[in-house]
Design a protein around this ligand. Structure first.
Ligand code: NDP
Ligand SMILES: CC(C)=CCC[C@@H](C)[C@H]1CC[C@H]2C3=C(CC[C@]12C)[C@@]1(C)CCC(=O)C[C@@H]1CC3
Length: 345
C-alpha cells in the first residue's frame, strides 16, 4: 500500500499568488521558511522556492496537484472589482470557492485562510470603527461585494474541528502598496485626465487604507494561530492599519507625492452620487450599442464620500496583531515604487 506523506506545516499553497496581495504574501512566506505552491490563472513572475500551477480555481482537478502534501492554503484569488461582471464574480467567488473547499478536503489540507473584505458589511452609508459582529450588508454596493459575502459564509461554515479542517477569514480594507494594480493606477489615470480636482462631500470622512505588508502579516498570524483550541476558528477578522485617515487626505498625499495637484473644490455628495447612478444606468442601457466605463461609479462615489473604518481589536486580542508598517511609511514606500506614474514621466 502506498504511504501518504504527512503534509509539512511549512508547506503551503497560495491561490491567487500571482496577484498584488498574493505575491506579497508569497514573498513573506518564503522569508519565513515556507515552501510555496502558487495556483493562479496567470503566472506573473518566477522565484526560487515557488512552484507554479496555472489554472482556473473552478476546476477541482486542476487545483489538486497544487494542494498535494500541503497543510495550509491561502485563498486570495478574485476577479477585479472594476470588472463589474456579475456572472464572473458568481462563478469564481461562489462556485469557485466551493470547489476550493472540496479540493482542500480531498487533499486533506488542514487549514484554509480566506482573503475576504471589510466591505461585506458596507451598504454605502457610514461605518465608524465597525466590529466584526456587524451584520452582512443586506444591500451590498456591487456584485463583487455580494459574492464576497457568500464566499466568506461558505468558508467559515466549512470549519470543522472534528474533521480537522480549520478555516478563518481575513477582512482587509483599501489595500495599497508597491505593485497595486488598482488604487494608485486608477487615481493617477483620473488625475491625468483632469478629473481629480474635486472633493466629494465636505472631505471629513475617515477611511481605512491598509499597507499591503500589514495585510500579509495578518494572514500569516491567522494561519499560525489556527489550531483546534484557538478562538479564531470559523471567524472573520478585520486587518487594518489602525490609523483611519480622511479619504481625501490620503488621495492628496499620494497625488502630491507623485507630483500631481491635490483636489481642492467641493461638490455635494448627493449630487455626485446621483450623477454616478445615472451614468451607470446609461452605460447598462447602452451596453449593446456602445461600451463605456464611467470613472466615478456609484460604488467609488460611496467609498469616496462616506466614513468606512473598522476596528481590528479582535485581531489584536485573539492573534496578537499589530500593524508592522505605519501609514506614513506605507505611503512613502508606495509613492517611491511608482516612478513611471510620476507627473511628467
Ligand atoms: N485590493 C484591495 O483593496 C482589497 C482586496 N481584497 C481581496 O484580496 C484578494 C486579493 O486582491 P488583489 O491582490 O487586490 O487582487 P489581484 O487581482 O491583484 O489578485 C487576484 C489574483 O487572482 C487571480 N484569479 C482571478 N480569477 C481566478 C481564477 N478563476 N482562478 C485562479 N486565479 C484567478 C487573478 O488573475 P487575473 O488578474 O488574471 O484576474 C489575480 O492574479 C481578493 O480576494 C480581493 O477580494 C479585499 C479587500 C480589499
Ligand atoms: C474617487 C476616485 C476615482 C478614487 C480613486 C481611488 C479608487 C480607485 C479606490 C479608493 C478606495 C478603493 C477601494 C477599493 C478599490 C479601489 C478604490 C475604489 C476596493 C473596492 C477594492 C476591493 C475591496 O474589497 C474593497 C476596496 C475598498 C476601497
Amino acid at each position: 500500500m502506498a504511504t501518504r506523506i504527512r503534509p509539512s506545516s511549512k508547506r503551503c499553497a497560495v491561490i491567487g499568488g500571482s496577484g498584488f496581495l498574493g505575491r506579497h504574501l508569497v514573498e513573506k512566506l518564503l522569508d519565513r521558511g515556507y515552501s510555496v505552491a502558487v495556483f493562479d490563472i496567470r503566472q506573473s513572475y518566477e522565484v526560487p522556492g515557488v512552484t507554479f500551477h496555472q489554472g482556473d480555481l473552478c476546476d477541482q482537478q486542476a487545483l489538486l496537484p497544487a494542494l498535494k502534501d500541503v497543510s495550509l492554503v491561502f485563498h486570495c484569488a478574485s476577479p477585479a472589482p472594476a470588472s463589474d461582471d456579475r456572472a464572473l464574480f458568481e462563478r469564481v467567488n461562489i462556485q469557485g470557492t466551493q470547489t476550493v473547499i472540496k479540493a482542500c478536503i480531498e487533499a486533506r489540507v488542514q487549514k484554509l485562510v480566506l482573503t475576504s473584505s471589510a466591505s461585506v458589511v458596507f451598504e454605502g452609508t457610514d461605518i465608524k470603527n465597525g466590529r466584526e459582529d456587524l451584520p452582512y450588508a443586506k444591500k451590498p454596493i456591487d456584485y463583487y461585494t455580494q459574492t464576497k459575502i457568500v464566499q466568506e459564509k461558505l468558508v467559515l461554515e466549512a470549519c470543522d474541528k472534528q474533521k480537522g479542517f480549520l478555516t478563518v477569514a481575513i477582512r482587509p480594507h483599501g489595500i495599497f502598496g508597491p505593485r497595486d494594480p488598482q488604487l494608485v493606477p486608477i487615481l493617477v489615470d483620473t488625475a491625468r485626465r483632469g478629473k481629480m480636482k474635486f472633493i466629494i462631500g465636505d472631505g471629513s470622512n475617515l477611511v481605512d487604507f491598509t499597507f499591503v505588508e500589514n495585510v500579509v502579516h495578518g494572514h500569516i498570524l491567522a494561519a499560525e494561530h489556527l489550531r483546534t483550541d484557538s478562538p479564531i476558528c470559523g471567524k472573520p477578522y478585520h486587518i487594518t492599519n489602525d490609523e483611519p485617515i480622511r479619504f481625501w487626505d490620503f488621495m492628496s498625499e499620494v497625488l502630491v507625492g507623485l507630483g500631481y495637484a491635490a483636489p481642492r473644490y467641493h461638490l455635494p455628495y448627493a449630487l455626485v452620487y446621483g450623477l454616478a447612478l445615472l451614468l451607470w444606468l446609461l452605460s447598462l442601457i447602452l451596453r449593446p450599442l456602445v461600451s463605456f466605463k464611467p470613472t466615478f461609479t456609484p460604488m467609488r462615489v460611496a467609498l469616496a464620500g462616506t466614513h468606512h473604518y473598522y476596528s481590528c481589536e479582535r485581531a489584536k486580542e485573539d492573534m496578537g496583531y499589530k500593524p508592522v508598517v505605519s501609514l506614513k511609511e506605507g505611503i512613502e514606500r508606495t509613492v517611491k515604487s511608482y516612478p513611471h506614474l510620476r507627473h511628467g514621466a
